[in-house]
Design a protein around this ligand. Structure first.
Ligand code: NAP
Length: 268
């Protein structure tokens, strides 16, 4: 094995996390992949091992449970693995009016999108400090920048990821740890996201990317120590328009756009 360090990726059995795992393996990085139990993670780990000739460890744990985040860290220590790259990808999305969501759904979304990322970063911090040069990639969203109806809790969790990443980057620079945040627009990952993507207008549909195309942009940006990674020209254009247009026009456009969406959440 050329490299004795490992990259830990959360939410790695499907969607963007799986694409990131394959991109990292293609760059000869050893992997620790985390996803829910019975998520076909072992099969993915075996496939990556065989195809890319890197070491892959699969850990199946529900990361909404804080004790499981701690278990993941302890297991990595127990196996004497050295992590020098932490990719906090796990997260669940939703598109629905606030009144349509249940308290238990919002709790799950906050625990996964906010608490798991914060906890794992805290747990692995000392290990990252001693395995320099090291990197943290947090997965935000283009929603981090916009105030969108039907995306209130999800958007707020992703704004947290954005602010957390930018502040932490300043703190950890002197420790030799790079922190980057990627803010993708729509990606064709799971079935509910793809259904939402299909009901978009033509410009939004044009902006949707495949996770396999976003993953190389993410890892290249991370290794180049980019602070904020925005994949795709149209997504960059949306951000520019948001800065240039008056707030009242932005609000009218986004309200008109969000009205069309049927309510969906990744889990109920
Ligand atoms: N898709 C988009 O359009 C989009 C846009 C911007 C940002 N993002 C962000 O990108 C990230 C990945 O999204 P995605 O669309 O790729 O998601 P996805 O296709 O639903 O995949 C989610 C991954 O997380 C795992 N997971 C779900 N709940 C978990 C839990 N409680 N504990 C441990 N693992 C869990 C899933 O495992 P199982 O296979 O077992 O369910 C799966 O591997 C998220 O942070 C999301 O907010 C997505």
């Amino acid at each position: 094995m050329h490299n004795h360090f490992y990259t830990l990726i959360t939410g790695a059995s499907e969607g963007f996390g799986k694409a990131l795992a394959i991109e990292c393996a293609n760059r000869k990085m050893n992997l620790i992949l985390v996803a829910l139990p019975d998520s076909k993670l072992y099969a993915l780990a075996e496939f990556i091992k065989q195809k890319y000739k890197v070491d892959v460890i699969a850990l199946e744990k529900d990361l909404t449970i804080e004790e499981n985040c701690i278990w993941v860290f302890k297991e990595v220590e127990q196996l004497r693995l050295s992590v020098n790259m932490l990719i906090n990808n796990v997260g669940i999305g939703s598109t629905m009016l606030f009144s349509e969501g249940s308290v238990s759904f919002y709790q799950k979304q906050l625990k996964l999108n906010v608490i798991a990322t914060t906890l794992l970063t805290s747990l692995f911090l000392d290990m990252l400090k001693s395995n320099k040069p090291s990197h943290i990639l947090n997965v935000g969203s283009l929603c981090s920048f916009f105030f969108l109806a039907k995306k209130q809790v999800y958007g707020a969790t992703k704004s947290y990821i954005y602010f957390f990443s930018k502040s932490l980057r300043r703190e950890l620079r002197s420790d030799g740890i790079n922190v980057s945040v990627i803010c993708p627009g729509g990606m064709n990952t799971n079935a509910s996201v793809m259904a939402t993507n299909k009901s978009n207008n033509w410009l939004m549909r044009m902006s949707i990317m495949d996770p396999e195309d976003v993953a190389p942009i993410a890892i290249k940006g991370l290794l180049n120590r980019k602070e904020i990674i925005i994949p795709g020209r149209i997504n960059k254009l949306f951000l520019l328009a948001d800065k240039l247009l008056p707030p009242i026009i932005n609000e009218m456009i986004s309200n008109h756009h969000m009205k069309k969406f049927k309510s969906v959440s990744a889990i109920e």
